[in-house]
Design a protein around this ligand. Sequence first.
Ligand SMILES: [Fe+2]
Length: 253
Amino acid sequence: MPQANDLLNHIDTAHLVKMDEVLDQLDTLGFAHIKPDFYYSTDDSESFSNIETLQDTYSSLSRDSDPGNRHRAYASFQWSPLNNELIKKDSTDYFQAKEYNYIDGGKIRTFDPICPRYLKNSLLKSVVEKDIDLAKETGIIDFSSSVEIGLHQIRYVANGTEPAFSSPLWLHRDDEPLVFVHLFSLSENAIGGDNLIAKDVKTITHLIRLQKPLETLVLTKKPYHAVTPLGSSHGAAFRDILLVTFMNKKSSL
Ligand SMILES: [Fe+2]
């Protein structure tokens, strides 16, 4: 039987669909679990067609040379507070501090650019706009100064008993103070690929499996988090996600 204290400490992360509910959960728990309906109307056929177009692009991603059996592409944008607009950067170099990624931090990693078919998709644009709206409301990111917005399109591929996994592998906090994890696909034969939330490195408080397209997890630096390695019950399994990251930069446009 759970103790009363445990029940009080564990707030159920029932799926959220409204902006104020998301902000409340972010404020209380330091993360939020958002229902796909926040991003699109589930009875709109055009949205489904857009989701299929976006899902299709994941099969063309190049393999990341670092361990983990991930295939990926990257794009980054600078938010200009003067013009209230996003400016796409030409470079696809990505840097994480060693402090935040003990495996791949402290070095510049260069990824393929995200293809125009993905970036110019109307649903994808609207998802990023909603993330920006939410990021503005959190107060975690200062939009009156320069903001860097990163898009990481990633496919994890597990083959037979060979897993796919994230870097860093275990509980950590990200460089970026606000990160959206959007699911696009999870194959039926997938094992794992679950998101963990922990109040400290010894206490996991939530295990969340993103399953539906555009089901989303928003992470701040308050809790630790991790994603469990992806395995396969048979054949090749995959998990397709988009990370949208927000971070203030010292330099301004
Ligand atoms: Fe992370």
